[in-house]
Ligand binder design. Sequence first.
Ligand SMILES: C[S@@+](CC[C@H](N)C(=O)[O-])C[C@H]1O[C@@H](n2cnc3c(N)ncnc32)[C@H](O)[C@@H]1O
Length: 203
Amino acid sequence: MPGKDSVLGDYYYREAKRQGYRSRSALKLLEICQRFRIMKRGEAVLDLGAAPGGWLQVACRLVGEEGLVIGVDISEIEPLPFKNIVILRGDARSTELQESIARASGGMVDVITSDMAPKFTGIHDVDHGRQILLAGIALDLADKVLRPGGKMVIKVLMGSDFEAFRREVRSRFSDVRIFKPSASRDSSSEVYLVCRGFRGSLQ
Ligand SMILES: C[S@@+](CC[C@H](N)C(=O)[O-])C[C@H]1O[C@@H](n2cnc3c(N)ncnc32)[C@H](O)[C@@H]1O
């Protein structure tokens, strides 16, 4: 008999397809945004690790045409039928890419989301370490382009460096929650840090 994870995985996969999303992961962001009121109409959102585009679809719908969504990924993202979207292809660590983000946003965004993930090896400590490094890059970008009072959603894998990273995040935001969306597999150590009240750049 298939396990609970696989039955639920299939359910969320079909549900995401039914709603027209490119990824199952889109349902995770939707749940986070609804529960924590993360995105509003008219806001500017930066989505890191955006391919194939499920989170971009959610963000574009929530901010509406008067908002702006900037999607960044190393991999190609097929065009999406929204007017309020800018897609940048590149590594979130690169200075050039970070300059392009600053230009596209006009300086500041209201929300940063990061679903960035490394190529998983299956060795938990290695995957956890790489994931935390990517989460750290997202946090550094907040210092550069997130407006004071802004919000952030960051994917991490639980592991030995998690607490130190969470402390780092808490020094920058007034409210930080750990959340595991329903569409996230029970067997996965993935959780999201949902952060509100950015205190402003530490630089
Ligand atoms: C889980 S997928 C994102 C799925 C996406 N949220 C969606 O709903 O369609 C993780 C993505 O992170 C991207 N990624 C990993 N490292 C990156 C980096 N340094 N810069 C930009 N993107 C990166 C990968 O290419 C991959 O597409």
